[in-house]
Design a protein around this ligand. Structure first.
Ligand code: PLP
Length: 395
């Protein structure tokens, strides 16, 4: 039978990246003990008051159809939150709610892109971005993120890749997998390019609340001169340890939201009112769980650096935010994939190969920071052992 070209464009983009994770899960299902440092699930439970609010709303009958933009109370709550944080006024017509950042990004990119357009996106990147862009028929143009620049996207690297087909600069700050947080100056320089070449800026800010001490989060929404061309996307998945609720939003120009609305209505026919009530409560006050997660993740990143940096030639890149740390294993002579596959087999530790996030991380590993400190420390000892062995064999 014949299928639509989009199925070909997406085929093979999903599964291969998660091969080691899948193998680890299969080993665990068969009874093996594996230290899993692959995916980034929050390490705190969803706050009980949010579960109570979702339950209360459901029991109160908040289970009817909603509308394509989202429930009024949630749109108001998000507009108030962004007005307070970003230093300029947002109203409910600047906001659209959709099920999680992933769906938001899918809808936002479909609102902005046509086949043949080009999207400038940092390499490495979050594992689903390639598929999100391919789904639209647009072309992904990787912009190298360099360790010596703290993996922060540089305007000069974008400028060198702009063509008449360029339409969107796709930012992710704080960044997965590198933990980089863009500075105001980075954004001002990137913003000048967007203005000069009439480009949109899409900013995935799902880790906004997991910024470590000493770093300040800045959004392109903070720059008033970009107000007509910035769309920021986020959710409560990380900030409130609630990924299963699938509750996200985007915020941007009113005209952009008006153009997104028919797509959202076509995809979803509205969202879930009881989840909207719970999310409105969540975003109206500081998160009770995000500061604790940020503190634990920063501590574990420091622990990994202390245990592994300089051991058997390994180098650890310390993140400024998020749920992950990167380890450069190139000194062992192995690719990230081969190191991770061998580590799982010999030491029962599962990590993500850097290659799953783009060519720029060939020879790197991504370690999730969501396991308890003593588990992370044990994983580091095993990684050090494996690196020393691999290096010895290569020598
Ligand atoms: C950078 C990035 N964007 C988006 C998502 C998906 O977030 P959500 O659960 O809100 O769909 C993730 C999840 O890990 C992520 O790391």
């Amino acid at each position: 039978m014949r299928y639509a070209p989009v199925t070909d464009r997406l085929a093979g983009l999903g599964g291969a990246k998660w091969e080691i994770h899948g193998r680890a899960r299969a080993l665990q299902a068969a009874g093996a003990e594996v230290i899993e440092l692959t995916i980034g699930e929050p390490d705190a439970p969803c706050p009980p008051e949010l579960l109570a609010e979702a339950t209360r709303a459901m029991m109160a009958g908040r289970t009817a159809y909603s509308n394509g933009r989202g429930e009024d109370a949630l749109l108001d709550a998000l507009a108030a939150r962004y007005t307070a944080r970003r230093g300029r006024a947002f109203g409910p017509r600047n906001v659209m709610t959709l099920p999680g950042t992933q769906t938001v990004l899918y809808a936002v990119l479909h609102t902005l892109l046509a086949p043949g357009d080009e999207v400038l996106v940092g390499d490495p990147m979050y594992a689903t971005y390639e598929g999100l862009i391919a789904a639209t028929g647009a072309r992904m143009v990787p912009v190298p993120l360099r360790p010596e620049q703290g993996f922060r996207m540089q305007a000069a690297d974008i400028a060198a890749r702009i063509t008449p087909q360029s339409r969107v600069i796709f930012l992710n700050t704080p960044h997965n997998p590198t933990g980089a947080v863009l500075r105001r100056q980075d954004l001002e320089e990137i913003g000048r390019l967007a203005l000069a070449h009439d480009l949109w800026i899409v900013s995935d800010e799902v880790y906004e609340e997991l910024v470590f001490d000493g770093t300040r989060f800045v959004s392109p929404l903070d720059l008033p001169e970009l107000a007509e061309r910035v769309v920021a996307c986020a959710s409560i998945s990380k900030s409130h340890a609630a990924p299963g609720f699938r509750s996200g939003w985007c915020i941007g120009p009113e005209d952009f939201c008006d153009h997104l609305l028919p797509l959202s209505e076509t995809m979803l026919f509205g969202s879930q009112p009881f989840i909207a009530d719970m999310t409105a409560l969540a975003v109206s006050a500081p998160s009770p769980v995000a500061p604790g997660m940020a503190e634990r993740f920063a501590r574990r990143a420091a622990l990994i650096a202390a245990e592994l940096h300089g051991v058997a030639g390994l180098r650890v890149h310390k993140p400024e935010a998020g749920m992950f740390a990167l380890v450069d294993v190139r000194a062992t002579g192995l690719s990230g994939h081969d190191f991770a596959a061998g580590l799982l087999e010999a030491q029962s530790v599962a990590v993500m190969p850097g290659e799953s996030f783009g060519q720029a991380l060939r020879g790197w590993l991504r370690l999730s920071l969501t396991q308890p400190d003593e588990v992370v420390a044990e994983a580091c000892r095993r990684i050090a052992r494996h690196a020393a062995q691999a290096k010895g064999e290569a020598a």
